[in-house]
Ligand binder design. Structure first.
Ligand code: NCD
Length: 546
């Protein structure tokens, strides 16, 4: 089956943003159709959805526990009549320290086209999708291979997000203009709520109320990200505190998650009972809820300490059972799309919107030469007077503290291999702020690639190439949209697939966020730009988790 030109065939689904808004709305329309056909037992429509290809191989690889996700995918594969296999993780060669890259290369070699993976390692699906491009080039295979993230550590759970969004829409009469959602529970570890940070962008206007005690609160990077997207975000330490706001302020859609005790340290566990009580709904408070409130939960509920008490199962609050059943429909449709079986009628934009990559190196040589008498230029020329030929890098980390600048000068020297004759120091610029300056007499100048690399290490700096006592070239370095492909980089999240301690021998890559941080493209870990270079400076391989 050749699927060239099909909008979905062979794509991977590592994070919710891998399917853009229009693509997800398409998926929901089809899932709604499938659900109706199933409920009315319409065999003709159901058959149209079926991939019905016993040679199409789908593998489940679950390296962490699961019931719903694993079983709903398995049941979706049965519906589609695929060749379905499961890797027995407990007895596989993962336990002999085999890498993910090698393990999956084998399974692809047996003509499997789709992998559903749950792992504690974050970013694993994106990584495998990239590795597979290389594998296919080595083996000259045509068919695409899809990697579907069924939950990666604390990072994302994009297929859960699909069924959550589908269920929210079902309860909003399929309107996307507005959602007001309360997220309650373990917002720190819960990957299902982390997927909501990008996922809720499905709606035009978003109000999110975060209800969690400080130990379980949403990581700040995610809160900032939601606010940057224009969401209205409020935070409460407990359900009681939330309900006390009263009336219109309380959402009608409540999304509960369980405290993930298995991911918590001793210190937090000692407070388990108090934490649980802050996020457990007390049935006595039912009258304080707005009319038509619906509760959701990705499940599982703890059998002894459910945050939604079982007494509420038979009330109209119960949206979680329908939500869980929706997982099957949504996953059946996802499989049909990624297998290239449905989707030719989709007419919207294809794939995630690529990040804008503005030009970040400005050649200001002419400007500089024309403004020789400019005050700033006179100031700079004093700094570079001793050099007749060489390199001067100025305006390094303007405004940072002298210690930070000194430390970053060391990173710069190490990354750009600028050891040797010359000098570097911290001084005050024209506006009184500290800045770093480095000069290397006799330096032959930089290639374009080196200037780009330099922009990644010292964004904001100016580079002067001096020849015969004059400024031969001058560049102002902006902030690159992406930093990648350099061995000096490190993602400081130990759970990230690229972290050296996980042994996959791959490099991280970072995308600049709207607020000027660098976000790991595998695990979404947010870094200050100096942090991504910490490996260069210290050689240290482990900086703790984000
Ligand atoms: C969730 C998960 O694994 O992230 N469960 C699920 O897939 N339905 C939530 C959880 O484990 O609490």
């Amino acid at each position: 089956m050749s699927n060239r030109g099909h909008p979905f065939a062979g794509r991977s689904f590592a994070v919710i943003g891998d399917l853009n808004r229009a693509e997800r709305l398409y998926l929901y329309t089809r899932a709604r159709e499938l659900k109706e056909a199933h409920r009315s037992d319409d065999a003709v429509v159901l058959d149209r959805f079926r991939i019905n290809n016993p040679d199409f191989g789908m593998y489940e690889v679950f390296l962490e526990d699961s019931t719903r996700t694993r079983e709903s995918f398995k049941n979706a594969a049965h519906f589609h009549r695929l060749k379905f296999s499961e890797l027995n993780a407990a007895s596989s060669s993962f336990n002999k320290s085999e890498s993910y890259a090698d393990t999956f290369a084998n399974l692809i070699g047996y003509d499997n086209r789709m992998f559903v993976i749950r792992s504690r390692l974050e970013g694993v699906c994106r990584y495998l999708a990239e590795q597979t491009v290389r594998y296919r080039a080595r083996h000259d295979t045509i068919a695409g291979v899809s990697f579907i993230n069924a939950g990666d550590g604390r990072h994302e759970h994009p297929t859960q997000e699909l069924l959550d969004e589908f269920t929210f829409l079902e309860d909003l009469d399929w309107r996307v203009d507005e959602i007001h959602l309360a997220l309650i529970g373990d917002l720190y570890h819960g990957r299902t709520v982390h997927s909501k940070v990008q996922g809720l962008g499905l709606f035009d206007r978003v109000r999110v109320d975060l209800v969690a005690p400080p130990e379980l609160s949403m990581p700040r990077a995610y809160v900032e990200d939601m606010r940057e997207q224009g969401f209205t975000v409020r935070e409460f330490a407990s359900i009681d505190e939330y309900l006390a706001t009263g009336g219109e302020n309380v959402a009608r859609q409540w999304y509960f998650t369980r405290p993930q005790l298995e991911r918590m340290g001793e210190r937090v566990l000692r407070r388990a009972a108090a934490l649980r009580s802050a996020i457990t709904f007390d049935p006595e408070r039912i009258d304080l809820l707005p009319a038509d409130t619906v509760f959701y939960h990705p499940l599982p509920r703890h059998r002894e300490h459910p945050t939604i008490p079982v007494r509420l199962d038979d009330t109209p609050l119960n949206g979680w059972e329908r939500q869980s059943a929706n997982g099957w429909y949504v996953r059946m449709v996802l499989l049909a799309m990624l297998a290239g079986h449905i989707g030719t009628d989709y007419t919207g934009p294809v794939g995630p919107a690529p990040p804008a990559e503005p030009e970040f190196i400005t050649d200001v040589t002419h400007e500089t030469q024309a403004r020789r008498r400019d005050r700033e230029e006179r100031h700079l020329s004093e700094g570079i007077r001793p050099i007749s030929d060489g390199l001067v890098i100025d305006h390094i980390m303007v405004g940072a503290s002298p210690e930070q600048i000194r430390s970053h000068l060391a990173t710069l020297i190490s990354v750009m291999k600028l050891h040797g004759r010359g000098g570097e120091w911290v001084s005050t610029g024209a506006n009184g702020a500290y800045k770093g300056l480095l000069f290397r007499p006799g330096h032959a100048g930089l290639t374009e690639r080196e200037v780009r690399k330099l922009a990644a290490v010292v964004p904001g700096a100016t580079v002067n190439v001096i020849k015969n006592g004059g400024v031969h070239g001058k560049f102002r370095l902006g902030h690159p949209a992406r930093i990648y492909g350099l061995p000096e980089l490190i993602c400081r999240n130990e759970a990230c697939i690229t972290h050296p301690s996980n042994g996959e021998q791959t490099l991280p890559s970072f995308r600049r966020s709207r607020d000027g941080h660098y976000v790991c493209e595998y695990c979404s870990g947010k870094h200050k730009f100096t942090e991504v270079w910490l490996r260069a400076l210290t050689g240290e391989e482990s900086m703790g988790t984000v």
